[in-house]
Design a protein around this ligand. Structure first.
Ligand code: APR
Ligand code: ZN
Length: 381
């Protein structure tokens, strides 16, 4: 049984300089010990995939792209105890070892034994093959495929009432944004906040800030459309980014925000971040820049004004704890996650979705594999 393979359609990147994907059939092995096969029902199109397609980050090729997925458990390998066939799950893309000091200390995102960044399952292999040999699921997920195989602990059960398209976002952009606010910045009610970048991650930060009771919540972007989305997600002010940003934020917050977030991954806006916070404030770095680009930060201002710089990786999430909390807040009407999805597409339209992202045109595209995987809202932005 273990050697059985099935043919699965997936969006594959071969490293071409145009950064385009082809949808092709690959072979997927049966789940090994401790693994499950998930029938993917929805997969988000995330900024991190674009970093790879645009050559900013190197990954093993050919790569099955996508890392933001929700679906249904379809097959379970030997030894799996916590999941049943038919369970609805959200996938965690950082497949931590579960045993080291970081994992047991509540920081699984810091586990250095995880092989997710090398597109490998925890045992150092992949379950994917094409005619020439192994293929590599991006971040050990490869969400843009009809089915995937992941370790049992990376598939987090979720309330069945959460639509799959919304659930997929919890696995990356929404989880990252929520975690940046709740776990990394520990925002409390009444604090002022600014968020640079109103894409899928930035809007999730805005929504989580509203949930936490922050005010004002100032969203910054370079496109008017994104700013409109930010106001709908809970921002109290929307500001076009530029040279005068620090002065505008200072005016709106009487001397600087308590907490500022960068959710783009541009070294220029990351360097600007400490200038937006008041003395004693926190600057949280969520966006991931290209490899090897240093930041320029005013050291005197940083030390003298006692500012804190916080690196945020995967929102400091503990997926098995935080994914269900996010789902609960959504089901209670406290997190407007439907509004974060701008466009639902088929897997064959994936290149259009990345092109729209490069042009700053869409909030979040989500690939849906069946019509009933989608919630109800449909917007063209
Ligand atoms: N100033 C303000 N906003 C900007 C600027 C700028 N100079 N340049 C781009 N933006 C905006 C874009 O208009 C877009 O709305 O930043 C947003 C980026 O959003 P997406 O491309 O949708 O990316 P997202 O998926 O949100 O990811 C953001 O977080 O996890 C990381 O790897 C991810 O680095 C990426 C970042
Ligand atoms: Zn992502």
């Amino acid at each position: 049984m273990e050697q059985d393979k099935m043919s699965i359609r997936a969006a594959v990147f071969d490293g071409n300089p145009e950064g385009t994907l082809t949808v092709e059939a690959l072979q997927l092995d049966e789940p090994h010990h401790g693994e499950v096969r998930i029938r993917v029902r929805a997969a988000g199109v995330c900024g991190s995939d674009r970093h790879v397609l645009d050559g900013e980050w190197q990954v093993p090729l050919p790569a099955i792209m996508g890392h933001e997925a929700a679906g249904v458990v379809e097959a379970i390998g030997p030894g799996v105890r916590s999941l049943d066939i038919g369970d609805h799950v959200v996938i965690a893309w950082h497949q931590a070892c579960q045993r080291c000091a970081e994992c047991t200390g509540g920081k699984p995102w810091a586990c250095t034994r995880a092989k997710s960044n090398d597109s490998l399952l925890p045992d150092g292999t992949t379950r994917w093959h094409d005619v020439d040999g192994p293929a590599y699921p991006y971040l050990a997920v490869g969400a843009m495929s009809e089915a995937i195989v992941v370790p049992e602990f990376a598939a987090i059960p979720i309330d069945r009432r959460v639509p799959f398209d919304v659930a997929s976002l919890i696995g990356c952009s929404v989880g990252t944004g929520y975690g940046a606010v709740v776990n990394n910045a520990r925002v409390v009610a009444g604090e002022s906040a600014v968020v640079i970048g109103a894409g899928g991650v930035g809007l999730s930060i805005v929504a989580a800030l509203k949930l936490a009771g922050a005010s004002p919540i100032i969203a910054v972007d370079v496109t008017a459309q994104k700013l409109e989305s930010a106001l709908e997600a809970g921002a109290t002010h929307a500001v076009l980014g530029g040279e005068s940003l620090a002065a505008e934020v200072s005016d709106l917050t009487s001397g600087g925000a308590d907490v500022a977030f960068e959710a783009i991954g541009r070294t220029q806006t990351m360097s600007q971040l400490p200038s937006l916070i008041r003395p004693g404030g926190r600057a949280v770095f969520v966006g991931l820049p290209p490899e090897g680009q240093p930041l320029e930060i005013d050291g005197l201002q940083l030390a003298y004004e006692g500012k804190t710089l916080i690196g945020s990786n995967y929102g400091g999430l503990v997926p098995a704890r935080d994914f269900p909390r996010i789902a609960t807040a959504y089901l209670a009407g406290l997190l407007p996650l439907d509004d974060l999805i701008s466009t639902r597409i088929s897997i064959d339209q994936v290149n259009e979705a990345f092109e729209a992202m490069r042009l700053g045109k869409r909030t979040r595209s989500v690939i849906v594999f069946d019509d009933d995987a989608a919630g109800t809202t449909e917007r063209d932005r």
